[in-house]
Design a protein around this ligand. Structure first.
Ligand code: PLP
Length: 444
């Protein structure tokens, strides 16, 4: 067989990657198999998948039960449409299951194939919701700086990381961004939201869209009162609140959904990733009873929005099994407990190494910031590439993580599978300590 690296260069355009780097260096790692928290490449190297790949392999790799359920469904009814008045059991049962685990009052689900499609769908649904009530001016979406919501048309535009707007410009109008509560100041961040609402005119705003914890922005955990204040603001101005639970759903933050950490109920919730632990693409939008009722009463004719794979039977059957495993194996509790262990480990590293700034976890979503001076939070010069160096050092020690460097930050993100155990957390922490120490020595 021809060399895989050569074939990769010639034919495979990688997602979110540097095409020039790929052509120069080739694929650095070609993965072959996965089991639990581990991935193995074609050279037999074993890695801790400390990011659950793309924050999505919540129950870990290689679960036979999921493969079996998918195989059974593939043999019985691999695919059938859910358009118009057609339906099938797996999608119906999954919609019911998701309604039962969602915050009270969110009971109807629209399915998609992933996160970006879910946020685009949510944005179209909220605009439709206002339009059918004669309020077509309510079109604007307010999102947060450093928020990540995907790469489809609307989700690219609402993403608050300017690098994502460079490729094709804005695909959508009528969106704007307010300050993130990164740094811990609720008052300032709420004042920024209020200012944006007043400037744009509340009568023009459809919804505020935000992640419970900004993931790709650098695992930015908001202060405990932030989302309560966002909810109040939405109620005050009659604006809908959409929670992007695409990373934070299905046990990632030590709760079934991230917003539960603050007892806040959104009007809509988007999900993907952990719903199938990445074994098959699936996502969706859960809407409140109120929104569902308005749609039932006022949405005349066909809703011209649906994906071929909305409610894919095989994906739905697998998702049901995945959620059953999360519940039966108490993985949400494990996420909370192991998240606390991981934080203790991070704190010890911070006590012992000079270049570690803020460390944080919420369930098994965590971050370690690298700074020149932890006392003043002074950042390293970007050309020192501190976070990428730590990622490289981790890689050499068999750990896969992600850096976040935009906006002058050096953040190492962690989101290991929520099946991780105590011993594995200790190993991860030891490897992190060695990696940061080696970079601290390199940069003097
Ligand atoms: N929203 C959030 C919070 C995400 O982290 C992501 C992906 O990382 C998305 C949306 C987009 O999801 P997808 O890549 O499945 O389209």
């Amino acid at each position: 067989m021809e060399n895989l690296t050569e074939l990769d260069k010639r034919h495979f355009i990688h997602p979110t990657s540097s095409i020039q780097q790929q052509q120069r260096d080739g694929a650095k790692v070609i993965m072959e198999k996965g089991e639990g928290i581990y991935l193995t490449d074609t050279n037999g190297n074993v890695y801790i998948d400390a990011m659950s790949s793309l924050w999505n392999v919540n129950i870990g790799h290689g679960r036979e039960e999921l493969a079996e359920v998918a195989a059974q469904q593939l043999k019985k009814l691999a695919f059938s449409s859910a358009f118009s008045t057609f339906s099938h059991e797996p999608a119906i049962k999954l919609a019911e299951k998701i309604a039962s685990i969602s915050p009270a009052g969110l009971n109807a689900v629209f399915f998609t194939s992933g996160g970006s499609e879910s946020n685009d769908s949510a944005i179209k649904l909220v605009r439709h919701y206002w339009k059918i009530q004669g309020k077509q001016d309510r079109r604007k979406i307010i999102a947060l700086k450093r928020g990540y919501h995907g790469v489809a048309a609307a989700s690219t535009s609402v993403t608050g990381i300017p690098e994502f707007w460079g490729m094709a410009g804005h695909m959508m109008t009528d969106f704007t961004h307010a300050e993130t509560p990164y740094g811990g100041n609720t008052e300032k961040a709420i004042a920024s939201l209020r200012q944006v609402i007043e400037e744009e005119g509340p009568e023009n705003i459809a919804a505020i869209l935000a992640e419970p914890v900004q993931g790709a922005g650098g695992v930015l955990i908001p202060p405990a009162d932030y989302f309560k204040e966002v909810r109040k603001l939405c109620d005050e101005y009659e604006i809908l609140f959409i929670a992007d639970e695409i990373i934070t759903g299905f046990g990632r933050t030590g709760k079934m959904f991230g917003m539960e950490n603050w007892g806040v109920t959104p009007d809509m919730m988007t999900f993907a990733k952990g719903v199938t632990s990445g074994y098959i693409p699936l996502g969706g939008v859960v809407v409140s009873d109120h929104i569902h009722n308005v749609l039932k009463e006022k949405s005349k004719g066909t809703l011209f929005h649906g994906f071929t794979y909305s409610g894919h039977p095989t994906a739905a059957a697998l998702a049901l099994k995945n959620i059953e495993i999360i519940e039966q194996e108490n993985l949400i509790e494990n996420s909370r407990e192991m998240g606390e262990k991981l934080l203790e480990g991070f704190q010890k590293i911070k006590e012992n190494l000079e270049i570690v700034g803020d460390v944080r976890t919420i369930g098994l979503l965590g971050a370690v910031e690298l700074v020149q001076n932890p006392a003043t939070n002074k950042r390293f010069a970007p050309d020192l590439n501190v976070a990428p160096r730590v990622i490289e050092a981790l890689h050499e020690r068999g750990v896969i993580c992600r850096p976040v460097t935009f906006g002058g930050t050096d953040i190492i993100c962690f989101a290991p599978p929520i099946v991780i155990d105590n011993k594995q957390v200790n190993t991860l922490v030891e490897k992190l300590y060695d990696s940061v120490l080696s970079v601290q020595k390199q940069i003097g």
